[in-house]
Ligand binder design. Sequence first.
Ligand code: 4FN
Length: 222
Amino acid sequence: MKFDVLTLFPEMFTPLKDSIIGRATQNNLIEISLTNIRDFSKDKHKKVDDTPYGGGAGMIMRPDVVYDAYESIKSDNAKVIYMSPKGKVLNQSKIKELSKESHIIILCGHYEGIDQRVLDEIVDEEISIGDYVLTGGELPAMVLIDTVSRYVEGVLSKDSVLEESFSDGLLEYPQYTRPEEFRGQRVPEVLISGHHENIKKWRKEKALEITNKNRPDLLTKK
Ligand code: 4FN
């Protein structure tokens, strides 16, 4: 799976080179290519933005500069995603769907956004990661890369994949490790009992309890 990111801040993506995504890159399971939109400015000051027609505060990214950056990396089989608060909110089923693509181009906005004409020209889908104000689409792009990469064959261990299908869209039950007693708090007795049926039942109850308390919306879904 190849991710091509079009961004004004490619340095923001360096942390991805560590951890699980970094390992997946080294194993050639995924490839992340960063294109600096600023490199495609024809201006002597490397300007990429301008004031909005109709007036208003802030600056808008120019369509010609974004388009030239896109043309430098475009391919016929790629899906172009614009990370935007106007998009549908990303969820696990969309993530699984995207993991079947072979080439994803991710466009990140900055300032007050991007001229609508280049979006209409190149974008297949707008996706949001949630309802809050951000300064740019780079963090959302990293969220997309992290979440989609997990489903690429070979990135996750078999255990993690099994564990996830078992948790079934609920929040997770509480986990414990050694020591058996920490600051007077003991590990729940059932987990030490070795009684696998009871452990399974206890975990299901705890998962339902926390989901019902904090995220009842997850229970009414599906
Ligand atoms: N954000 C809102 C309403 C109006 C504007 C924003 C906002 C970055 C370029 C977009 C934000 C949130 C989730 C990209 C937010 C996302 C962005 C995202 C994002 C600079 C223009 C902007 C009603 C959501 C609070 C700035 C709501 N997922 N504008 O944040 O790119 O992907």
